[in-house]
Ligand binder design. Sequence first.
Ligand SMILES: [Zn+2]
Length: 93
Amino acid sequence: MSEGAVNKTKKRFIAGAVCPACSETDKLMMWNEDGVPHRECVACGFTDTLNEQGLSVPKELGTRVNQPAAKAAPAQVQTVQFFPNPKLKKPAE
Ligand SMILES: [Zn+2]
């Protein structure tokens, strides 16, 4: 088998597709590389690939299958309120 030979299809504009990065319509091109759908926005340069579930995969991940689960741990913000005790004030006679 020949290594490095990637079966690419032609880039085609996706009618009505909205870029997830810049929200421009009809600026996304799509093509396949070895059966993997790729997208590219000609307006802002955004590129990504789609996995088997049709979900967007950022370019940086490459061929890695296991994606780190985005743990969106919300920062625990505790607002502590101090109520000044009005009884500390001695009533003026
Ligand atoms: Zn874009």
